[in-house]
Design a protein around this ligand. Structure first.
Ligand SMILES: NC(=O)c1ccc[n+]([C@@H]2O[C@H](COP(=O)([O-])OP(=O)(O)OC[C@H]3O[C@@H](n4cnc5c(N)ncnc54)[C@H](OP(=O)(O)O)[C@@H]3O)[C@@H](O)[C@H]2O)c1
Length: 295
């Protein structure tokens, strides 16, 4: 294998240690950061995710509250709960675990979350600010991808980045973030999707290749530029129960310069970035004038 492994688990642990130390500083000044996690229904995977987020909060000293709401909750009642959390001074960040049941309009839900507490960065206000390059909460998964590249010493500026997948949670926001004229961005970004004519023609140009399609085997060794950094965002469960990404790891690791594993790559970074966003939301209590949010 030629590629070095980008160890998301280790990098996320480092981020959590830094968050814990800043939380300690806030607590010494009387501010206890708080995150509310809202779980609607009893989807087992969602429950596992929310359990993990609560554990992370405990580890770094962030107060967490959990709301378990019934799967048949009317939209109006869910929005009322969100508004109550908007007004709760002990809560700095609100997270509603997706997916939500079909009676809930996700846009209405995200619109209901105060932009000041939108630590998932998915509300229309946060997305609008991000597109305009203004300070905003950035969505945790693309933020985690950037953080892991930066901490691995992989230069982003001026480079050729290709992203596979234009989903609202990962590919699209990442493309917007990396094409901003800003530090740790300023790249030339190509965004590929199922309408892309020849995927390999694009991916072979990438110095940084990010794959978030949700289809195992989407990227094989012949589609990768030698020495490229390859970030596999996807998490797919095979019939055997095994978790795999979208990238043929064994093959691509022979060509790439660096590669993320699945699991243990982007997943832990996503969770760590939720803590970072919650911390930043809480820090605004001490410096509301500089509020509009995080860098
Ligand atoms: N590790 C984490 O923390 C984390 C967080 C979020 C998501 N994920 C994972 O990331 C993956 C993507 O999630 P998502 O929410 O962005 O999914 P999504 O909204 O369904 O988007 C998938 C995108 O991939 C594109 N696509 C699918 N097959 C393709 C192919 N063969 N070639 C080119 N493009 C293709 C789709 O194109 P069209 O637009 O043309 O349909 C779509 O834009 C999933 O596996 C998900 O589990 C991981």
């Amino acid at each position: 294998m030629t590629a070095s492994i980008i160890d998301g688990k280790a990098i996320a642990a480092e981020v959590r240690r830094e968050v814990a130390s800043r939380v300690e500083g806030l607590r010494a000044r009387g501010v206890v950061p708080g995150l509310a996690a809202v779980l609607v229904g009893d989807d087992p995977a969602s429950k596992i995710y929310v359990d993990g987020k609560e554990r992370d909060c405990r580890e770094v000293g962030i107060h967490s509250e959990r709301l378990n709401l019934p799967g048949d909750i009317p939209e109006a009642d869910l929005l009322a709960e969100v508004r109550r959390l908007n007004d709760d001074p002990a809560i700095d960040g609100i997270l509603v675990q997706l997916p939500v049941p079909p009676q809930i309009d996700v846009l209405a839900l995200h619109e209901a979350i105060s932009p000041d507490k939108d630590v998932d960065g998915l509300s229309p206000v946060s997305v609008g600010r991000m597109v305009r390059g203004e300070p905003s909460f950035l969505p945790c998964t693309p933020l985690g991808v950037v953080e892991m590249l930066v901490r691995s010493g992989i230069e982003i500026e001026h480079r050729e980045v290709v992203i596979v997948g234009r989903g609202n949670l990962v590919g699209m926001p990442l493309a917007i973030m990396l094409s901003q004229k800003a530090p740790n961005a300023n790249a030339t970004v190509t965004l590929c999707h199922t309408g892309t004519r020849d995927l390999g023609e694009h991916t072979r140009r990438a110095e940084i290749l990010v794959v978030a399609a949700g289809r195992p085997g989407t990227v094989t060794a012949d589609m990768v530029r030698p020495g490229a950094a390859v970030v596999d965002v996807a998490v797919n469960r095979l019939d055997s129960g095994k978790l795999v990404g979208d990238v043929d790891f064994e093959g691509v690791a022979e060509v790439a310069g660096a590669i993320t594993p699945v699991p243990g790559g982007v997943g832990p970074m996503t969770r760590a970035m939720l803590l970072v966003n919650t911390l930043k939301a809480a820090e605004r209590r001490l410096a509301p004038a500089t509020s509009a949010t995080p860098a």
